[in-house]
Design a protein around this ligand. Structure first.
Ligand code: DON
Length: 530
């Protein structure tokens, strides 16, 4: 999709349309981001949310960049071993049910972004979501998604009532009505975040916690804070890459990968075993650092400057054996499960750019809907290392830096990113869902455009590979790679697994004086502009 003035790309066409309309009526990129954020709650309930959290990366047309962290926080009653059974083994309580929920950040995040940079009235930005919650036609993707999690949603009465009809997903083409959510959004439109963190909705969240033995209290909700943080900034072959700092690991991990690869004058051709080898080794080392060092900056000391330095990248590069895989110490890690998050990218007519990634973590989060309030709570607590040294939902093996503590933010992989061209002009705005594969998917699109000279559509569509140190395997997108390439990397000592790829990139690229928007063809999303 191309457009001369402004562009928006999201995971759902109805949310894209909300964003496009806000831009066309004079809203700026942050206005559109807030309106899209609320709209996604109504139309993409697997991931769009007011019961979860996320990150905004923002660049104004004058070149100022800023990053908003509205990640969930562990409740005050959380404790290090809360998800371990009597034998010290992780339970599934970090994934489904009331205990899985961190204190939600989304409503505070949307409000904070609007307060600092918004232009249109707050109510105008929430209004489209209210209308969508009152009723919209359910599409096939959404009906199928609900069916995929019907078993989990069925377990909680308010989820059953909101998402299922006689225990099954509503059929595509029917009108999907969420009256409780519409009421909650109306309260938020009228009263701002206080009603959510201190007022009527806070009471409903706490009542829900009592019903299901969860931990979130009124004090936890009142204590929730967003943070403006300094974005990670990495130079890559003359381009400037801005991305999310901790509490997300996205910017640092991707920055390390880019720094390692920048040391090669040019990269081997796309699709070759030689490129796969270099990328996998760079990714392995970046994820080893991620899993060891990174966590909530309020709780852990991180050597970020060193990790992101070109000299450190040279040390890592020197460890790469040109012929062989370097094994990560073996670990019997589970494969990443089904999941869902959502990313949207927006550029307005003035050239302000916003990249937002937001999530409930797993599809439909904890599967718990707040009774009477109509929204799902996240299961973000699983992003902590429930048992340091043991894999989580995404097979990530992480350490002490990401252990659970009261009030701490769980480490994320979300990677909202903005790239400037060598002249310092806005070039790319992008991000994706997909757990740890977010980091490598965003990396791939950037390198596909810069190193492999692909168009943005080709760069997003191209097959992807992922290595996260543990499990010590290259994960490949099924069908994307020639058998001879797989034979070559196996001969170099790699384990290889092929599978589906859940990282759905939503990207915008400068096109002369206008914009190109690309929604990942793996997704049901789209792009629109004017
Ligand atoms: O913050 C994170 O890294 C994860 N909770 C994101 C989960 C995710 O992307 C699932 N999506 N497909």
């Amino acid at each position: 999709m191309t457009a001369p003035h402004a562009m928006v790309t999201t995971g759902h066409p109805l949310a894209t349309e909300v964003g496009r309309k806000i831009l066309a009526q004079g809203g700026n990129a942050i206005d559109a981001a807030v309106a899209v954020g609320f709209a996604l709650t109504a139309v993409l309930p697997a991931a769009g949310n007011i019961g979860g959290g996320g990150f905004i990366l923002y660049r104004d047309s004058g070149g100022g960049v800023n990053a908003l962290d509205y990640r969930e926080m562990a409740p005050g009653g959380a404790s290090r071993n809360m998800y371990l059974d009597a034998n010290g083994n992780p339970t599934d309580a970090s994934l489904t049910g009331h205990l899985a929920a961190g204190v939600p950040g989304s409503v505070a995040g949307m409000y904070e972004a609007w307060k600092k940079y918004g232009h249109l009235p707050w109510k105008t930005l929430v209004a489209p979501a209210i209308a969508l919650a009152e009723g919209h036609v359910l599409d096939e993707d959404r009906s199928r998604e609900i069916a995929g999690d019907a078993d989990r949603l069925e377990r909680f009465p308010a989820s059953r009532a909101q998402f299922l009809v006689a225990g099954a997903a509503p059929a595509a083409g029917t009108t999907f009505r969420q009256p409780d959510l519409a009421r909650t959004l109306t309260l938020i439109a009228d009263s701002g975040p206080d009603v959510f963190y201190k007022g009527r909705i806070a009471d409903l969240i706490v009542a829900e916690m009592r019903r299901g033995h969860g931990l979130i209290t009124k004090a936890d909700l009142a204590a929730y804070r967003t943070f403006w943080r300094t974005p990670v900034r990495v130079s890559y072959r003359g381009y400037t890459v801005y991305s999310m700092p901790p509490a997300s690991s996205g910017g640092v991990t991707m920055g390390e990968i880019l720094n390692v690869l920048e040391g090669y004058d040019s990269l081997p051709p796309f699709g070759s075993a030689a490129l796969m080898h270099l990328e996998a080794e760079a990714m392995r080392r970046a994820f080893e650092d991620r899993n060891h060092w990174l966590g909530d900056p309020d709780f852990v000391q991180m050597p970020l400057e060193r990790l992101l330095s070109k000299s450190y990248a040279a040390t890592l590069r020197a460890q790469i054996d040109p012929q062989r895989a370097t094994p990560t110490p073996p670990f019997d890690a589970a494969a990443p499960g089904g999941n869902h998050t959502t990313h949207y990218s927006i550029v307005d007519a003035a050239g302000n750019a916003v990249a937002v990634t937001t999530t409930l973590n797993d599809s439909y989060g904890s599967a718990v809907t707040v009774t009477g309030a109509g929204f799902l709570l996240n299961d973000e607590m699983d992003d902590f290392a429930a048992a340091p040294g043991r894999p989580n939902l995404y097979g990530l093996v992480q350490g002490e830096a990401n252990a659970i503590a009261p009030g701490k933010r769980m480490l994320s992989a979300m990677t909202p990113t903005i790239v400037l061209d060598p002249q310092g002009k806005l070039f790319l705005v992008l991000g994706a869902p997909g757990g740890p594969r977010i980091i490598t998917a965003v990396f791939h699109v950037i390198t596909n455009v810069i190193d492999h000279h692909m168009t943005l559509a080709q760069a997003v569509e191209a097959p992807r590979l992922h290595h996260q140190a543990l499990p010590d395997t290259i994960s490949l997108e099924r069908g994307g790679w020639a058998p001879v390439v797989l034979d070559s990397v196996r001969a170099m000592g790699y384990g290889v697994s092929e599978g589906g790829y859940h990282a759905l990139v939503m990207a915008i690229e400068r096109d002369g004086t206008g914009w190109i928007g690309v929604a990942d063809p793996r997704s049901g999303g789209n792009a629109a502009g004017y």
